[in-house]
Design a protein around this ligand. Structure first.
Ligand code: ADP
Ligand code: ADP
Length: 224
């Protein structure tokens, strides 16, 4: 079964149609990029797939579980990093990740181990006691990714994961995404073609709320 299967997604804001007719699949081991300009509907699509925004139409299955019928069951398999996550500047990395682990219903006894694993997988082993507010943007983004994987979801959803970072930080986050995809399917959004070329196996280009096309990176390279 696909990790994500979305069919015919639409979202209206009042009478304004933000996205329509969006269908996609994410397979294990894969990084799928949603590429499009600002306002194309990327965040709207990812909010719906992550269970944070109700679609006006369409169906979403996460690991075979219907997200709209069984949101709690489906969300266990999902990790999500929004474009503008709330930043808990006054918490330490450890405090925040413990909090995130509890939100994901990890049993109290298993939290320490889950947090340590999430830190080691995101290069935060030595940052546990640091206040989030004093970290660099690149490290803050690692914390955002660590909270998205702390419950070992099948899928992680990353909305514009490298926006606002400097070139070195961008490279580090892209490398991290390429490592993580061996254990979690990844869907990310970006308005930058180079981001897709550096991290993705397949790309879906969207514009004005519609799919323009979906293709593999290999085919995309051959077209050019
Ligand atoms: P992207 O993430 O690709 O920049 P969005 O999904 O944020 O695009 O936005 C898609 C469209 O939906 C845009 O036209 C945007 O103005 C509109 N939109 C997004 N969020 C809202 C909202 N909360 N209320 C009204 N319109 C919205
Ligand atoms: P290759 O045969 O060279 O691995 P693929 O056809 O598997 O290429 O991958 C297509 C695109 O996906 C490549 O342009 C590459 O940037 C990207 N890619 C390849 N492997 C990975 C990976 N493990 N994680 C993320 N992206 C990858």
């Amino acid at each position: 079964t696909p990790l994500i299967e979305a069919r015919g997604l639409a979202r209206y804001y009042g009478s304004h149609c933000a996205v329509q007719g969006i269908s996609l699949e994410l397979r294990p081991g894969e990084v799928l990029g949603l590429l499009g300009p600002n306002g194309a509907g990327k965040s709207t699509t990812l909010s719906m797939i992550s269970g944070n925004l109700a679609p006006s139409a369409g169906h979403i299955r996460i690991n075979g579980i219907d997200l709209l019928d069984d949101p709690r069951g489906a969300k266990r398999h999902l990790g999500y990093l929004p474009e503008h996550p709330p930043l808990y500047r006054d918490l330490t990395v450890d405090e925040f990740l413990h909090y995130a682990a509890r939100l994901h219903s990890i049993p109290r006894k298993a939290v320490n181990e889950a947090v340590d694993l999430a830190k080691s997988r995101t290069g935060l082993e030595d940052a546990g006691r640091a206040l989030i507010g004093v970290l660099s943007k690149g490290f803050q983004q690692r914390v955002g990714i660590a909270q998205a994987i702390v419950h070992q979801p099948a899928v992680i959803i990353l909305d514009e994961p490298t926006v606002g970072l400097d070139p070195l930080q961008i490279r580090e986050i892209r490398d991290l995404i390429r490592e993580l995809c061996h254990e979690h399917g990844v869907i990310l959004s970006t308005h930058i073609l180079a981001e897709v070329q550096a991290t993705c196996h397949r790309v879906m280009i969207i514009n004005r709320g519609h799919t323009v096309f979906t293709d593999t990176l290999q085919h995309l390279a051959d077209r050019r």
